[in-house]
Design a binder for this molecule. Structure first.
Ligand code: PLP
Length: 448
């Protein structure tokens, strides 16, 4: 019987039956596991002692490379000094220091920082702040949330409500937050295939927000949330002018604009944030992952000062203003890791380094055009995707096979269906970027 609940094979001496793996084909994985045991710089080490070049910065998150001694030492020191302190009606200095450091690289004015522990929590936090903000201004009827097709905003009920990935939504469709609506996604292969950087076509797609406003009325809408560059559904680069237009329409109608920068914050596009890269300032910005190089779970929302002030000033002097928070908000070790990580970004100018590597990345990824099955290549900063033709009746299997081949040949890449996604750590060398795509080329030539 095809079951994994009992007697899962012992691989590398491990009983694999207890760990219910997230976003994983459990049966398939446990039949042929891929196990990592070490990580340093640009490389993972597998349990069978192979070196694997990290083409995806883990899950888009280890921007400063693996095993940074500065972060390890900061965590060790903090763990020794104080393992945990609450931040409900108590606090510790590193929480404030981490917030200050994060605020320093946020767009001007977005300097009020709420900490959480995952991208999903940051998204739920931002959605709640948006609703609370309107309520604080006497517009409590503004509760409707607008997301976008092919958006990924994590797995909380808020996140799947505004998210646009069918598989993540369908099982829970009756349990989502009522009233949400979605913008169309921005991907159009006829108009955009093989774009380098931002596609010229598609800015007008932001006008769909006017249609949604005309349907629901702006007075019911709290916020629009988008990833500036959609990551998890295959690196969908925003068309030129699109984000600017979304900003204009949101401002015109008093709707808050949330950028979900869980992937793009901290250098992925060669700037601290995508907001800075595109020159578009949202009202709320979510971040996670690279905030502390993914060393300890941590995420945050940056809010414009006036949003924070409106909520804070609406409360009485001794009242809790926002009934929201997590046991581990600004956990001391996560905060220590965050500060050490921000030091590395600053001292090694890693965002500039990413910008400097982007042309090499663009050339190397687009050199895959014309290889077997490739039907699109797209890129921005140090994010890129190669989309391959799906097998008849078996979508996703070719992407998976290419991913497996790359891993066997010593490169870790992401795949989502038949889209391969790339996001190397910002410390990569040009030669390592070339190596990642050379490995993909070999895999493409071998795959059926
Ligand atoms: C844009 C975006 N938002 C939210 C999330 C969810 O983050 P987490 O898995 O930490 O909950 C992700 C994860 O990849 C993401 O890419």
């Amino acid at each position: 019987m095809n079951t994994v609940t009992e007697n899962v094979s012992l691989s590398a001496g491990l009983d694999m039956s207890n760990f219910w793996m997230p976003f994983t084909a459990n049966k398939q994985f446990k039949a042929a596991p891929r196990l990592l045991k070490g990580a340093k710089g640009m490389y993972y080490t597998t349990v069978d002692d192979r070196q694997v070049l990290d083409g995806s910065a883990g899950l888009w998150c280890v921007n400063a490379g693996h095993g940074r001694p500065e972060i390890i030492e900061a965590v060790r020191r903090q763990m020794t000094e104080m393992d945990y302190a609450p931040t409900f009606q108590m606090a510790h200095p590193l929480a404030f220091e981490a917030a200050t450091r994060v605020a320093q690289v946020m767009p001007a004015g977005m300097d009020r920082i709420f900490f959480s522990n995952s991208g999903s929590e940051a998204v739920d936090t931002a959605l709640k702040i948006a609703i609370a903000y309107h309520r604080s201004r006497g517009e409590g009827q503004r509760t409707r949330l607008i997301g976008r097709e092919r958006g990924y905003h994590g797995v909380g009920f808020g996140g799947i409500t505004v998210g646009g990935i069918l598989a993540n939504r369908k099982a829970f469709s009756g349990s989502m937050i009522p009233g949400a609506d979605h913008l169309p996604h921005t991907w159009n292969p006829q108009e955009m295939a093989y774009s380098k950087g931002q596609p010229a076509w598609g800015g007008h797609l932001a006008d769909e927000l006017e249609r949604i406003v005309a349907l629901h009325d702006a007075s019911t809408i709290a916020a629009v949330i988008v990833e500036p560059v959609a990551g998890s559904t295959g690196v969908l680069i925003p068309p030129q002018g699109y984000l600017q237009k979304l900003r204009e329409i949101c401002t015109k109608h008093g709707i808050l604009l949330i950028f979900d920068e869980v992937i793009t914050a901290f250098g992925r596009l060669g700037k601290a944030t995508a907001a800075e890269y595109f020159g578009v300032t949202p009202d709320l910005l979510t971040m996670a992952k690279a905030i502390n190089n993914a060393s300890i779970p941590m995420s945050a929302v940056a809010a414009k000062r006036e949003i924070h002030d409106s909520i804070i000033n609406a409360g009485a002097a001794n009242a809790i203003e926002l009934f929201h928070g997590y046991t581990y908000s600004a956990h001391p070790t996560a905060a220590a890791a965050c500060i050490a990580t921000q030091d590395i970004y600053r001292d090694e100018k890693l965002f500039d380094r990413a910008a400097g590597l982007a042309p090499t990345f663009e050339r190397a990824i687009h050199a895959l055009r014309g290889e077997p099955f490739v039907k699109d290549v797209r890129n921005l900063g140090l994010m890129g995707a190669v989309e391959v033709e799906s097998r008849d009746g078996a979508p996703g299997t070719r992407g998976y096979d290419i991913f497996l081949k790359c891993f066997a040949k010593g490169a870790l890449v992401r795949y989502t269906g038949d889209i391969l996604a790339f996001s190397p750590p910002l410390i990569a060398t040009e030669a390592q970027i070339e190596e990642i795509f050379a490995t993909v080329r070999t895999a493409l030539r071998e795959v059926a």
